[in-house]
Design a protein around this ligand. Structure first.
Ligand code: E4P
Length: 225
C-alpha cells in the first residue's frame, strides 16, 4: 500500500518526502485554508514540485460545466496534478468528460459503494472513501473500503482506492490488510505509525550495555583505517 500525506503544509510534506515513504499528497479546501490566505495556485504548484507522485486538489465549482472548466485549468499546473471531483451527480458528469481528456480525477467525498461504482464507470483514476467520517456517524468506514477494493478487483477496473479521512494508525493497518491501494494520512498519523515503546526501550538498553563495557565515549562503531 502506498502512503500519501493529507496536508498542504510544506514543512510536513518535505519531511515525508525526505523519509522516502510518501509518494503523493491530497488536499481539499479545508486543508488548504489551514495554511492561511496564501496563493492557492502557487501553493499547490510548490507541493507538486516537491512530491514525486500524484497531488490532488479540489474544484470549488458546484455544477458539471464549472467543474470541467476549473479542472482543465488546474490540470495545466503540473504533470502530477490530480483533480478532486465530488461524488455527486454533477461530479459523475464532470468525471466522464475529464477522464476522456486524460485528466486524472480523484472521485472524492465517497461514502457508498454505489458512488464508487459510478466514479469508476466514469473513468476516475482514484476513488476516495472517507473512513473517519463514516465511523463518526456510527458506520464502518473500513467495510466500505473493503467493498470497493473487492468490487474493483472483481471487475479488474483500473481505478485505485485511496483510504481517506484517516484518523489513527489502526486505520492504516486495516487499510493495508484489506488491500487499499493507497492510504492518505495526516502528518500526525504518519509520525504515530513508527512509534513503539519497545523500540525506544530496546535502543536505550543496547546503548547502555555497550557503554558499560566499552566506555561512555564510544558512541559509534569505530572504523578501522
Ligand atoms: C482526503 O482526500 C480528504 O480530503 C481527507 O482525508 C478528509 O479528511 P477529514 O475527514 O479528516 O477531513
Amino acid at each position: 500500500m502506498e502512503l500519501f500525506l493529507d496536508t498542504a503544509n510544506i514543512e510536513h510534506i518535505r519531511h515525508g518526502v525526505k523519509l522516502g515513504v510518501i509518494s503523493g499528497v491530497t488536499t481539499n479546501p479545508t486543508i488548504l485554508s489551514r495554511e492561511g490566505q496564501v496563493d492557492y495556485q502557487d501553493l499547490v504548484k510548490k507541493i507538486c514540485s516537491i512530491v514525486p507522485g500524484p497531488v490532488s486538489t479540489e474544484v470549488l465549482s458546484r455544477d458539471a460545466p464549472g467543474m470541467v472548466a476549473e479542472a482543465r485549468e488546474i490540470a495545466k499546473w503540473a504533470e502530477n496534478i490530480v483533480v478532486k471531483i465530488p461524488a455527486n451527480l454533477e461530479g459523475v458528469e464532470a468525471t466522464s468528460v475529464l477522464s476522456k481528456e486524460n485528466i486524472r480525477v480523484n472521485f472524492t467525498l465517497c461514502f457508498s459503494l454505489n458512488q464508487a461504482l459510478l466514479g469508476a464507470a466514469a473513468g476516475a483514476a482514484f476513488v476516495s472513501p472517507f473512513v473517519g467520517r463514516l465511523d463518526d456517524i456510527g458506520e464502518d468506514g473500513m467495510e466500505l473500503v473493503a467493498d470497493i477494493v473487492e468490487y474493483l478487483d472483481y471487475y479488474q477496473l483500473p481505478t485505485q482506492v485511496i483510504a481517506a479521512s484517516i484518523r489513527h494508525p489502526q486505520h492504516c493497518l486495516t487499510a493495508a490488510k484489506i488491500g487499499a491501494h493507497i492510504a492518505t494520512v495526516p502528518y500526525k498519523v504518519l509520525l504515530q505509525m513508527i512509534q513503539h515503546p519497545l523500540t525506544d526501550i530496546g535502543v536505550e538498553r543496547f546503548l547502555d550495555d555497550w557503554k558499560r563495557v566499552m566506555g561512555e565515549k564510544t558512541e559509534r562503531f569505530p572504523t578501522k583505517p
